[in-house]
Design a protein around this ligand. Structure first.
Ligand SMILES: [Zn+2]
Length: 52
């Protein structure tokens, strides 16, 4: 499982944990998230999140 960091605010999406605030289940890969997903902290678009 990988982690992705938001370039705008430093938020980290952890695939192993998912994101409760966005209703994303544990183990959801970043690639499988819809392109419409945004950073749960600052609202940046998906392409602002980079793999760690
Ligand atoms: Zn952000």
């Amino acid at each position: 499982m990988d982690k992705y960091e938001c370039e705008e605010c430093g938020y980290v999406y952890n695939e192993a944990k998912g994101e409760t605030g966005l209703n994303i289940k544990r183990g959801t890969t970043f690639e499988s998230l819809p392109d419409s997903i945004v950073c749960s902290v600052c609202g940046a678009s998906k392409n602002k999140l980079v793999k760690l």
